[in-house]
Design a protein around this ligand. Structure first.
Ligand SMILES: [Zn+2]
Ligand SMILES: [Zn+2]
Length: 246
């Protein structure tokens, strides 16, 4: 499967770069995971937005859903649909108001995922794990059925030990790394060092830090995560239109 980062910042867009949104492709199937600020503009530069097969939302914070509304208008105002008549948007139902807003006439259809079950979606088999965040949010483990390759996305979460098992042996672990290692006080996201520790304990094959701070030295962020890890585990930071073959 192929991952293309569409937006990677936490909280707000900055100088042309958007917030959380990722395109995951396999066998022609196009899954959009989260749809933050700037996602539609970024997506348009990579694929036809009408060629999407599904959208999956980890939670309903604005930096993950800001562009859902304009994506709905985009589909509504383009009657030609190469793939399907209506775009399904998968979300959790622990916030009914946001979940219901995923329906839009002649455009998108809300679909509930069961966080305790397995979501069979095209070439992917997807499971979920609740994170520790101010609103209900779900980490996603995306398995490419044909190859068994695994992408785990922590969604938004503070570090907690119990998430380790869910990330176990992933080919690529994508972590919410909004803070440098020296961040003190209340945290609802992980630091670089916590991302590195999680990757080490879960024995993943590679780490991609995302949901990044808009300011600071990204080499420092990589250094802080890498020093927690064996040297043969590669660490990267996300950037707009970064592509990774998993
Ligand atoms: Zn966020
Ligand atoms: Zn959040």
């Amino acid at each position: 499967m192929k991952l293309t980062v569409l937006g990677y910042l936490g909280g707000f867009p900055d100088h042309g770069d958007g917030t959380s949104s990722y395109l995951i492709e396999s066998a022609g199937f196009k899954l959009l995971v989260d749809c933050g600020s700037g996602a539609l503009l970024s997506l348009e530069q990579v694929v036809d937005p009408l060629s999407l097969d599904a959208v999956l939302l980890t939670h309903y914070h604005n930096d993950h859903i800001a562009d859902v509304g304009v994506l709905q208008y985009y589909w509504q105002l383009h009657p030609e649909r190469p793939n399907k008549d209506v775009l399904p948007i998968y979300g959790h139902t622990l916030d009914q108001e946001h979940f219901n807003s995923l329906d839009w006439p002649n455009s998108t259809q809300k679909v509930a995922y069961d966080p305790s079950g397995v979501l069979d979606l095209g070439p992917f088999s997807i499971t979920f794990s609740k994170t520790e965040h101010p609103v209900p949010a779900f980490a996603t483990r995306i398995v490419e059925k044909a190859t068994g390759k695994v992408l785990v996305f922590t969604a938004d979460t503070r570090y907690f030990e119990d998430i380790t098992g869910f990330c176990q042996d992933a080919d690529l672990l994508m972590t919410d790394t909004n803070f440098f290692a020296d961040k003190q006080g209340q945290k609802w996201h992980m630091t670089s060092a916590e991302s590195g520790k999680l990757a080490r304990d879960a024995k993943v094959k590679s780490l991609l830090m995302t949901h990044l701070p808009a300011k600071g030295d990204m080499n420092q962020l990589i250094y802080e995560a890498q020093r927690e890890l064996p040297e043969n585990v590669p660490v990267e930071v996300a950037s707009t239109h970064l592509e990774i073959e998993i």
